[in-house]
Design a protein around this ligand. Structure first.
Ligand code: HAS
Ligand code: CU
Length: 552
């Protein structure tokens, strides 16, 4: 990989920082809602002012799952491209446009949720219906993200033209994969929003084809979770090695893993719909098999990161089977936070494999086990890695430094997060196995025998949630320090270099036509027939295929 790092202009740093501001404001709001939920579910508190439990739940899911992630990722990815391939004046303007369009959409959706007009949860499943402004807001967020994607593609394209014959920088390649996946996937949710939800919420159609909306949502929803994961993988592959004083394990392997993630992330949405009638079991089976394929690049990632740790340690001269392990930079929060994220992904990934196994899915589906699963994967693995990135990215952008004191606070933050999430997520997993449903507040029905068994786990979740909220306050405090008050200086933007004797990366790995083409072929294979079936059996009068004829 080319090791030349570009420096950010003042305008660039400002752009990347605005994305970070939205991220940390979201963390505070979304985190507070999480705390409220766990308190309500503990049965010990009720919400003031008649606020609806599902409004709070929607704010929590949308703000943390959709807003925080998207803003952090797009901002971080812009910075990665800025460092590796650069950004022109025109591209910078396009990037600002993407920011504003996304922000307008976010504010529209947020307001409709907050006034109680869109308590439809982060999956906005029909037949729950929101105010049209919610769906328009979502459409803006998606369009804004597409502007960002096109800008990113253009950034790499311009660089390639100027550097004929050279392989693209690894991180630029990875960003392009993630954005390609995002664009292909979000076409599904955009279709549902534009041709189903908007006409339906405006009253142009009586009913809506629920199964089709869910299918279009999950066509997007699984790649959505990989859209969160891939930036964490970028850091694991290409940034952590530098922080621990090592080199890139293998440029080719990292690229191959990302290509496999692109190909197999999309044709797998049915693993969220295994219990749904109306989808032929054969196609469910096929998509389960494809889901097991997408596990492979994650196992490759686990292997190569472990290898990087060991190789680096041994090079530094540490002997014995585990000697190298003790010498990892445990006191450096830029390493510790993402490392705990990796550890959490071992049970998190195992849980995913359980979920994907058709028969076992029927045990855990729609139980709070699933909530436990994604608090390990998204809220621990991904978020701790994002925090780990923030510790150097924010001061790099603001021209400040991560002081020893802030580093210590960061370590404390990581420990608080780990303890809080362990308590919360473990109790969710167990309660799920005992049949505790997800997304429901039944503390008001106390008295039933089963509710009595669950309530202890819900108390544990409230304890975990309270600990996590302390972690959030601390993280926001650290962010404010790094953004405005830490001493001025230069903080490194750590990008790992390739081994000097690394084998050349095969050119075929950069054949975009091939990989995007295969991705589309796999999607068509996995979805065409079942979607035709679903449309053929559309309920009468439902959007999109029989309106406005079906209008009363
Ligand atoms: Fe999932 C539901 C299957 C990964 C998020 N998932 C969800 C939902 C979310 C979510 C948000 O098949 C709920 C959606 C909703 O609201 O309904 N998931 C999987 C599978 C994987 C997986 C097979 N999920 C994720 C990731 C997420 C995420 C990542 C967010 C970021 N998930 C499911 C299924 C459902 C589901 C079903 C539906 C359940 C239902 O019925 O509703 C796989 O990608 C997992 C592969 C991962 C691994 C782990 C590799 C380990 C690594 C770490 C190595 C550590 C090192 C450190 C190197 C195989 C890379 C070690 C060092 C030492 C020294 C020890
Ligand atoms: Cu999934």
């Amino acid at each position: 990989m080319s090791t030349k790092q570009l420096t950010f202009s003042k305008q660039e740093s400002t752009l990347y920082m605005v994305f970070m501001h939205v991220t940390f404001v979201s963390l505070l709001i979304g985190g507070l809602m999480g705390l409220l939920q766990t308190l309500v579910r503990s049965g010990k508190y009720t919400l003031p002012f008649n606020i609806d439990y599902y409004t709070i739940l929607t704010v929590h899911g949308v703000i943390l799952g959709l807003v925080l992630t998207t803003f952090f990722i797009i901002g971080f990815q812009f910075s990665l491209l800025g460092k590796t391939v650069g950004i022109s004046k025109k591209q910078l303007r396009a990037a600002w446009l993407s920011f504003w369009v996304m922000l307008v959409g976010t504010v529209m959706a947020a307001i409709t949720i907050l006034i109680g007009e869109a308590s439809v949860l982060f999956t906005f499943y029909a037949p729950l219906q929101a105010h049209p402004a919610f769906y328009f807001g979502l459409a803006f967020v998606i369009i804004g993200s597409w502007i960002a994607a096109i800008t990113n593609f253009r950034q790499l394209y311009v660089w390639k033209k100027a550097n004929k014959g050279q392989k693209s920088p690894l991180l630029a390649f990875m960003v392009t994969i993630n954005m390609a996946m995002w664009v292909i996937a979000s076409l599904g949710v955009a279709t549902a929003v534009l041709i189903q939800f908007i006409p339906w919420s405006l009253g142009y159609a009586e009913t809506i084809n629920v199964l089709l909306t869910r299918t279009l949502f999950w066509y997007f929803g699984h790649p959505l979770v990989y859209f969160w994961l891939l930036p964490a993988y970028m850091a694991w592959y290409a940034i952590i090695p530098k922080i621990i004083g090592g080199k890139l394990f293998s440029d080719s392997l990292a690229r191959l893993a990302f290509i496999l993630l692109l190909m197999f992330s999309i044709p797998v949405g049915f693993h969220h719909q295994l219990t749904e009638p109306g989808i032929d079991p054969t196609w469910k089976f096929i998509q389960v098999v494809l889901t097991f394929m997408v596990i492979i690049p994650s196992l490759m990632t686990a292997f190569s990161i472990f290898a990087t740790f060991e190789i680096t340690g041994r090079r530094k001269g540490y002997r014995g089977v585990f000697g190298w392990f003790r010498k990892l930079p445990w006191k450096d929060v830029r390493f510790l936070a993402p490392f705990i994220g990796m550890l959490a992904f071992i049970p998190g990934g195992a849980g995913g494999i359980i979920n994907a196994s058709h028969q076992m899915n029927s045990l855990i589906h729609n139980t709070i086990w699933v909530t436990g699963h994604f608090h390990l994967t998204a809220a621990t693995t991904v978020i701790l890695t994002f925090f780990g990135i923030a510790y150097w990215l924010i001061p790099h952008l603001t021209g400040r430094t991560l002081t020893a004191k802030l580093n210590r606070l960061g370590i404390l933050q990581t420990i608080i997060w780990t303890v809080g999430m362990t308590i919360m997520s473990t109790s969710m997993h167990i309660q799920g196995l005992l049949g505790g449903p997800r997304r429901s507040n039944f503390s008001e029905y106390a008295g039933g025998e089963q509710v009595a068994t669950w309530i202890n786990y819900q108390l544990a979740q409230a304890i975990g949630g309270s600990i996590l909220f302390i972690g959030i306050i601390l993280m926001v405090y650290i962010f404010i320090q790094l953004a405005f008050f830490a001493p001025r200086g230069h903080e490194e933007y750590p990008i790992a270099e390739e081994e000097s004797d690394a084998l050349p990366t095969p050119k075929v790995l950069e054949n975009w036509y091939l990989w995007v083409g295969l991705t589309i072929a796999l999607i068509l294979f996995a979805y065409t027939i079942p979607v035709i079936d679903i449309i053929k059996h559309s309920p009468p009068g439902s959007v999109p295929f029989s309106w406005p004829i079906g209008r009363s």
